[in-house]
Design a protein around this ligand. Structure first.
Ligand SMILES: NC(=O)C1=CN([C@@H]2O[C@H](COP(=O)(O)OP(=O)(O)OC[C@H]3O[C@@H](n4cnc5c(N)ncnc54)[C@H](OP(=O)(O)O)[C@@H]3O)[C@@H](O)[C@H]2O)C=CC1
Ligand SMILES: [Cu+2]
Length: 454
């Protein structure tokens, strides 16, 4: 008997088939029914019109709501909240039964209380458990559950919750206990959120792209057309994006590390770590991974755009022209070692920076970060991350200045877009350097170890 408790799932097949009841024969009810039948449960549907229900899975029985409820002590309500009212007539039959609320709403915080809490008020004698609302009918049927295997569960009655979690596990999903029914509101809002962590990086990159792109178009296309009467509009396809992408990648990479240094400054200023960060900083810290991944995406685009430069018509035309002019003028053009150095060093900085950038991206993937311990993860994300930031900043600095660098006069002119894109990375690096100065670093470490300032 003891063994049976320890391995309830393996023993189940030899037991009598467990019967579950599903209220509602709509899309979700049917998909869930099929899945549960496949997993060895026997299913009874409750419906308003049991005789009219077709399309139901083979092997399932259909009864009216009240009859169906009597057949099982676990009832899954695959019904929209707006139609819950009829359940009040069934309070007696539903007393002491487990009611699983799978419902979702159309808007975040649509009702004053969550659907599950509303259900608990309607049928006070039943044990309401919230769950399964994050899997879709389509995913249940097609088996495409890889990305959404996690199922949030909450409820006030712990045995009822355990029972539902066991069912969820048998369906091949992983239940995650979220506590009491008070968590239902959050669980119901979850499927309605659209990439919450990706919003900030997406908005940031859109704003940066618009600013940089239009500035470059005005400078390189409009200006050239107005003052030189030349059509340079083809530059909008590759040249300008390839200028804009690395600048966005660099700015976003710096924005991954900016909240960290801001937080350190705040801790130094307050003299304690036992104080919440402002909400905006908290949110920013939580989005760092997503910002970094978007930055990596832009870096990849920059690499691809750079690789195609030699096969571009306008570039080949320019090279041919230069060679032909040199031949016709019989002019010699000796190798300029300074230029060679500048060119090679910005390329080398770029390649190394990109390599570390990719490494950061790979280690942030859950499957990889699960394999390294916390210290190793910190080492890669922080130490190597800063190194990547230094290399990429240097790459931009050398490249931006390369074309306009005049070795004779030693004048170095950086175009405005580069200056703007370098402000944040340089600020982050300078602050980080200051924070690493021994006296400041010691205070910060003391604060982070939980010492209060006297
Ligand atoms: N579809 C999905 O992918 C997902 C759905 N959900 C949730 O599951 C629940 C069911 O969704 P879904 O199956 O898509 O919805 P459907 O509209 O397809 O089905 C709802 C079912 O509710 C029953 N019902 C009971 N009373 C009423 C009434 N007064 N008016 C209309 N229907 C009634 C009906 O069954 P009958 O005719 O047999 O009585 C109907 O088939 C919802 O709460 C939804 O939020 C959750 C996650 C995913
Ligand atoms: Cu570059």
């Amino acid at each position: 008997m003891e063994k049976m408790d320890a391995f309830p799932l393996t023993v189940k097949s030899s037991e009598k088939q467990e019967t579950l009841c599903i209220f509602g024969t709509g899309d979700f009810g049917r998909s869930l029914g099929i899945k549960m039948l496949q997993c060895g449960y026997s299913i009874i549907f409750g419906s308003r019109k049991p005789q009219m229900s077709n399309l139901l899975p083979k092997g399932a029985e259909v009864l009216n709501y009240s009859e169906a409820a009597q057949k099982s002590d676990v009832i899954i309500l695959a019904i929209h909240r707006e139609h819950y009212a009829f359940l009040t007539e069934l309070t007696e039959v539903l007393s002491e039964k487990i009611l699983v609320d799978v419902s979702n709403n159309l808007k975040i915080n649509q009702y004053p209380e969550s659907n599950a809490e509303y259900l608990a008020q309607l049928v006070p004698g039943a044990h309401v458990v919230k769950g399964l609302n994050t899997v879709s009918a389509w995913a249940l049927q097609s088996g495409a559950l890889d990305a959404s295997r996690q199922v949030f569960i909450c409820g006030n009655h712990s045995k009822a919750k355990q029972r539902v979690m066991d069912i969820v596990r048998t369906l091949g999903l992983s239940p995650l206990d979220q506590g009491s029914l008070m968590a239902a509101n959050e669980i119901e809002n979850y499927p309605l959120q659209l990439f919450p962590m990706w919003k900030l990086p997406f908005c940031l990159s859109t704003v940066l792209f618009t600013i940089f792109f239009f500035y470059c178009v005005i400078r390189e296309v409009v200006y050239t057309y107005v003052y030189k009467k030349e059509d340079a509009s083809f530059r909008m396809a590759i040249s300008i994006p390839n200028r804009v992408f690395p600048l966005i990648a660099l700015t976003l990479l710096a924005l991954v590390y900016l909240p960290g240094v801001l937080a350190a400054i705040l801790q130094l200023y307050r003299g304690t770590k036992y104080h919440r960060f402002p909400d905006w900083l908290d949110h920013w810290m939580l989005c760092r991974k997503q910002i970094g991944l978007v930055a990596l995406g832009f870096a990849f685009l920059h690499v691809f755009y750079t690789l195609v430069i030699p096969i571009r018509y306008s570039v080949q035309w320019k090279w041919r022209n230069i060679t032909a002019t040199q031949v016709s003028l019989r002019k010699d053009n000796p190798l300029n070692t300074t230029s060679a150095w500048l060119s090679d060093s910005y390329l080398a900085l770029g390649i190394l920076g990109f390599f570390l950038f990719v490494l950061l991206g790979i280690t942030s993937l859950p499957s990889v970060s699960n394999m390294v311990n916390w210290r190793e993860f910190r080492f890669v994300q922080s130490k190597l991350g800063y190194l990547a930031l230094i290399l990429c900043t240097a790459h931009t600095l050398v490249f931006g200045g390369k074309k306009i660098f005049n070795p004779k006069s030693l004048r170095w002119y950086l175009p405005p877009t580069y200056v703007i894109a370098l402000i944040i990375p340089c600020t982050v690096l300078v602050i980080k350097f200051i924070l690493m100065l021994p006296c400041i670093n010691k205070t910060l470490t003391r604060i982070r170890q939980g010492w209060e300032r006297d």
